[in-house]
Design a protein around this ligand. Structure first.
Ligand SMILES: [Fe+2]
Ligand SMILES: [Fe+2]
Length: 270
């Protein structure tokens, strides 16, 4: 199947789903409600009451991270949907952007209703080398890694019977749309890499920085503080070290297609 055929199919599928995004928002969540799968917490080695409190704030962190990640994605999709270079796939890029806008609204609603806010975006200063890289490949590679990693969480939490139904519903809706985004992303990235044969070393350096930054945002000391934990920075640092094997396994699974294209470096996984 060509990229254009795949995009056409995904576009028609997106149109049939328009409007099927209803969520029954409960008035409130209680301390008894699980909002994040226990074994996916950044700091799983807690007693149950503490873990459940952290689960709520890690849900807020996860949805905030997705919200902030979708902003540059939507801008990038809108620019490309209006570009002649993407002529045959432009209608799907516009549908992809609309789906992301709906996700962002869903994540913001959860955070504002139950936490009163989103966590701010973490911008971490990096002394990034300014290697020249192919911008189209970098855009679709970052998008694909982000969506593949977040979708590992979506898939697990959509099916976790211990979670509150509103959490399962949010993850199920997100996973439904991300399945199309990921299929499209894998395909367009493969086509772009084949066509441009880019400098993979430069791309790997950029992408490994992006992978590290994405993971760092899943270890948020503010969430630990909001959950009532003490020594939040020391805890976060210990959790980061203790969870290295988990992160590597998740990165290898989420980065499977990038690894196959030579765009990730398993020697320097965060
Ligand atoms: Fe999304
Ligand atoms: Fe997406």
């Amino acid at each position: 199947m060509t990229l254009a055929t795949l995009a056409g199919r995904l576009h028609r599928l997106s149109l049939t789903r328009d409007g099927d995004n209803a969520i029954a928002w409960p008035d409130r969540l209680t301390d008894e409600d699980w909002c994040f799968s226990h074994d996916l917490l950044s700091h799983p080695d807690l007693a149950e009451t503490e873990a459940r409190r952290l689960a709520f704030w890690e849900a807020v962190n996860f949805f905030s991270l997705n919200f902030h990640g979708e902003r540059p994605l939507m801008a990038g999709l809108a620019a490309r949907a209006g570009s002649a270079a993407y002529g045959t796939v432009a209608p799907y890029l516009a549908a992809f952007e609309r789906e992301e806008a709906a996700h962002s609204a869903m994540f913001a609603t959860f955070c504002e209703r139950y936490a009163g806010r989103l966590y701010p975006e973490k911008t971490i200063a990096t002394s990034r080398r300014q290697d020249p890289v192919e911008p189209e490949i970098l855009f679709f590679a970052q998008t694909l890694f982000f969506e593949e990693l977040m979708d590992l969480y979506n898939r697990r939490m959509a099916e976790d019977p211990l979670l509150h139904p509103v959490i399962r519903r949010i993850h199920a809706l997100h996973h439904r749309d991300e399945t199309g985004h990921i299929l499209f992303g894998r395909r367009i990235l493969r086509d772009l890499v084949t066509r441009h044969d880019p400098d993979r070393g430069a791309l790997r350096r950029h992408l490994m920085g992006f992978v590290r930054l994405t993971w760092m945002q899943l270890y948020n000391a503010d969430a630990y503080r909001d959950a009532g934990l003490d020594e939040v920075y020391a805890r976060r640092n210990r959790a980061w070290v203790a969870q290295t094997g988990f992160r590597h396994a998740m990165t290898q699974t989420a980065g499977h297609h990038l690894l196959a294209l030579g765009l990730l470096d398993t020697e320097v996984l965060p």
